[in-house]
Design a protein around this ligand. Sequence first.
Ligand SMILES: [Zn+2]
Length: 435
Amino acid sequence: MATLAKADFLTAADLAAWQDGRWARQRERVQASPLYRRLWAGRKAPARLADLPALPLSDKAMLRASQRATPPFGDYLAVEPEAIVRIHRTSGTTGEAMNIALSAEDAADTATVGARAQAAAGLGPGHRVVHCLNYQLWMGGFTDHTTLEATGAAVIPFGVGNSEKLVQTIRDLGITAISCTPSYPAVLERTIATHFPGLSPRDLGLGLGLFGGEAGLDDPAFRGRLESIWGFKARNANYGVSDVFCNFAGQCEQQTDLHFMGLDVLWPELIEPEIGDVLPWREGATGELVLTHLERACQPLARFRTGDIVELTGLGRCVCGRHAPRFRVIGRSDDMVVVRGLNVFPTTVAAALGSFAELSAEYRIRLAGGGPYDALPVEAELAIGQVISAGLADAIAARIKREIGATARVTLLPPGSLPRTEGKTRRVVREGGSS
Ligand SMILES: [Zn+2]
């Protein structure tokens, strides 16, 4: 057995012996990886997990370079090819595909750990959940299907697109829950308004919305709007890092921070993103999440930089009974926009915009050139029925200044002018460069 039953309910002390036991085996796997042998330059993986910071950090660019030099899986593949039972191909924002291999045990662990997140959000036997994530070139689509199923719920695979058929399917099958990106309900609302006169989103009877793939749900105004339009509980049941574990964190029914559900298979650290120094793992700490596999056969990673900046919000027992640490994702280190020395993330901009009823939930931060920036260029879209006014733009800029501390240049856009996407919505657009 490669996972520990109910690991999300155990304390750090309860987990310690298990973690040490897994690491005793896992360090042999990582040490066999040419990529890590190169990176560690002759050093051995430490026997104690607490000594991991003696090793250098690894990152996505190293994995990409490794796959480029040793296709298709990179020289961090630690098993014979016959042990691989599943291959995911993902296309990142750079457009360069990554190939992720899983053994049968890796795949089973992935489903078990992800199911903890979906179950904590309220999914389980008796639910019928329609799964509307993209299955193509994205690990989440298929993998989340397996995690949803592992909760005991009945899963209807749907994928993206064909939203008219989706509405009909929800009605015909008595579906109780939907799994999709936070921006997808807006697409469905349009479909209902256009093709189902007299029907409102609430009439579909969905009780639970399981979201992932974007951070939008962290904005209370966005969440509130979604819950009031649809009449379901909106939960982020799905946070992960495709190269590490596809889904290892989600919200419970009692609060809106993410529980870190995978302490039996992952060893987390926090680092200062610019310098790489290790930060103490304590409540209130903010830093980039770094992960080491305690259990992974095919492509084991150690001290892997996720690129996500997180804040640890709770290490004690949650009302739900879980001791799994709680955290919030503040942003991507590469989505971070530095405005006059201030670190600004799209999520905090979304929170400031969310307090204006005159706006839809859509916005962009459109950067020209490579910086440095002395003001934040924000494009905010008006809600239906609203008209552009200079006073509103000024009020938004003033609120951003007050809540974030940055000077903003706000441009208002007519209702419906920003594209709705069925996948991840890009909030920071860097003109003349990649984002
Ligand atoms: Zn909880």
